[in-house]
Structure formats: C-alpha cells, structure tokens
Design a protein around this ligand. Structure first.
Ligand code: TIU
Length: 225
C-alpha cells in the first residue's frame, strides 16, 4: 500500500509500513522561559503556538498505530558528551550545565529538559537523548530505524533551521525520504523558518518535502484532529 500526500516540491509517496514520525526537541528548555533557548537570548514565546498541531500529528500516528520517535537535546550530568566548543559558545545568560529556573540547562533528567507534558512519549514509543543538533550523532537511532524497516520519516518540532533541519539533512544522507510538516515546526526567527523550508524543497527536494498537517491527514483519509 502506498499513500500519496500533496506536498512541495511534488507529491510525497510513502508506504505506511515503512514510515515513522520524528518529533524533534519539543522540550521545556526550548519553549518555556528560563530554559536553554531563553538563555541564548531568544523570544521563546513564538514556539508554543505549534503545540496543538504537533499534538494532533502525534495523535494521528497513534491512531494509525505507526511508530513515533521523540528526541531531546540533552547532555549527561557530568557534561562528558558536551564539547567545550558547544558549552563556551557565545555569551548566554546561563551556560549548559548551569542551574536555572527549571534546573540545570540542557541536562538530561532536569525538569527543563523534559518534553512538554502534553506531547510526552507514551510507553512503546522511542525517546532518545541527543547531544548534538542532529538526531543521528551519537544516538544509535539509524540502527534502530533500520531494524524496524523504516525508510521514510515525517518531521515536526523545533527549531526548524537548527535541530529539525540538521536532523533532516542527516537523514537525507542516510537514505531516508523526509517530509516536514510545515505547521508543526517553528523557529525563534520567522524568516529562518521560511528560508529553511525553501532550502529543503528547492532543487527538486534536495533535502526533502514539506506540507501542512491537513494534507497528510487528508491523504491518510482520517479526520484532521
Ligand atoms: N538555538 C536553536 O535554535 N536551537 C537549538 O539550539 N536546538 C534545537 O533546535 N533543538
């Protein structure tokens, strides 16, 4: 069985038996005040508007019994997986590992590092901590997906031009077809979101495809939640 979704730059065709949803870094550290995104000087309020759409997308995959991967950008408490180049970059209010309003910044297990409760992984879904921007660096995720026979990935999450785009590019180079759900991703910079999407779909889909959630739901012939 194949499903064809109206998308840019042309229809995205996938086999539901070989597809997984990837939700990138929908963590308090990026979406709530006092977390990593905030310490970098960003207006984090822009990101929360996509939460209902991401929840609907997750709900769609759950309803169809299709696999879901949730990622968290996270470092070990001893920061052994955080290169100094990352920790020392720029002049943030607090650095990775420092204690902020939601616990230690970008450290696994801290309250601020959790995925938003309304988007939390369910038992049986894959949840991974990733020390980099891309989801394959130092995670073993490629081997997990290969073991499941996954060849096509649907992407959502934050931020569009950093962890989402990096993960899509890593996935593209590993042979996955990648569809980005445009209204289920957001950036601290509106122009970066639109530019990232244009870069992804340009040149015949050099990185992948993009479409709104409604188009995916219509193709799957289910009610758009
Ligand atoms: N700063 C920024 O836009 N993003 C990140 O640091 N990580 C993710 O995108 N998750």
């Amino acid at each position: 069985m194949t499903v064809s979704v109206s998308a840019r730059p042309y229809d995205f065709t996938f086999d539901p038996a070989q597809v997984a949803l990837v939700v990138i870094d929908m963590q308090r550290d990026f979406i709530e005040p006092g977390g990593f995104g905030d310490t970098l000087g960003n207006d984090v309020s822009r990101l929360k508007d996509i939460v209902p759409t991401v929840a609907a997308l997750i709900g769609l995959f759950r309803k169809l019994g299709l696999p879901i991967v949730h990622t968290r950008e996270a470092h070990r408490p001893d920061l052994s997986d955080c290169p100094p180049a990352k920790r020392l970059r720029g002049a943030p209010g607090l650095r990775i590992g420092d204690t902020g309003a939601m616990g230690r910044i970008l450290v696994a297990g801290e309250p601020g590092n959790a995925i938003l409760p309304e988007l939390a992984p369910l038992p049986g879904e894959i949840a991974i901590d990733k020390p980099g921007k891309g989801m394959f660096w130092a995670t073993g995720l490629h081997e997990t997906l290969q073991g499941m026979g996954i060849t096509q990935l649907v992407f959502a999450g934050v931020t569009t031009e950093v962890c989402v785009q990096t993960s899509m590019r890593e996935a593209n180079d590993r042979g996955y077809d990648c569809l980005l759900i445009e209204d289920a991703t957001e950036s601290y910079f509106a122009t970066f979101k639109s530019a990232a999407i244009e870069m992804i779909v340009a040149q015949g889909g050099i990185v992948g495809w993009a479409t709104p959630l409604a188009a995916l739901a219509a193709a799957l012939e289910v009610e758009h939640v």
